[in-house]
Design a binder for this molecule. Structure first.
Ligand SMILES: Cc1cc2nc3c(=O)[nH]c(=O)nc-3n(C[C@H](O)[C@H](O)[C@H](O)COP(=O)(O)O)c2cc1C
Length: 205
């Protein structure tokens, strides 16, 4: 991935602000969506909003924080009951096992009063071109019937993959708005760059 094509955290915030507050100057793959404007246009301004998100390396968390501030929303971090491995390679292997597993991981906590919310922003990175298993657990264990569901994704290279379809399948009675997807830094690229740097330093010895 070319350095210049990556969205930095600052760009992420800028891009989100543009998608929320206006059109035309948007960066990356973000444009104006009639979909999000529906949330602004809600007649009932007292509708309660929740931002539920999963994030390992922080990209999705930045967007979740901006949504929380913009909409005065409550925020909920999707965490697994047993934390995933710290080490990147072990974590990738764990995510892959979870993707194949018939029993998705349990969550550390649930949203106690999910029925109180009218709008749920659901944020997730893309893992293995799919929706991460813990986010599937979230959808399987929270009834989003009748709610407006606004998905947002961050990914490293290849877009949202099968995640939108999975959300549609697991939240069949929610009103799902057009997802927001943003290309962000990927830990794999950072690790590879450091590897190259170390290799070249070693070659000079
Ligand atoms: C286990 C794992 C699998 C990933 N698989 C993909 C993938 O299939 N496609 C992709 O574009 N990015 C992939 N990525 C990159 C992340 O989606 C991307 O870096 C995302 O912005 C991370 O969000 P976060 O910082 O909120 O955790 C993967 C990252 C991890 C850790």
């Amino acid at each position: 991935m070319a350095e210049g094509s990556r969205a930095t955290r600052r760009e992420t915030l800028y891009a989100l602000a543009m998608s929320v507050f206006g059109c035309g100057l948007a960066v990356g793959n973000i444009g104006c969506t009639a979909a999000l404007s529906e949330v602004f246009a809600e007649p009932n301004e007292s509708s309660r909003k929740l931002v539920a998100y999963l994030s390992r390396s922080g990209n999705t968390r930045v967007i979740a924080g901006q949504l929380k501030r913009t909409f005065s929303a409550d925020i909920f971090e999707i965490r697994t009951a047993t934390p995933w491995p710290e080490d990147y390679e072990e974590m990738v292997a764990w995510a892959s096992r979870m993707r194949e597993s018939a029993t998705p991981p349990r969550l550390a906590e649930s949203v106690s009063e999910i029925k109180e919310y009218d709008v749920v922003f659901l944020g997730s990175p893309i893992w293995g071109t799919a929706l991460p298993a813990p986010v599937r657990t979230f959808l399987a264990t929270h009834d989003l019937s009748g709610k407006t569901l606004v998905p947002f994704f961050t990914y490293g290279c290849c877009g949202a993959g099968s995640a939108p379809e999975t959300i549609a399948k697991l939240a069949p009675r929610a009103k799902i708005l057009e997802p927001f997807s943003l290309k962000c830094d990927q830990e794999r690229d950072t690790l590879n760059s450091v590897k190259d740097w170390l290799r070249s330093a070693e070659a000079q010895l």
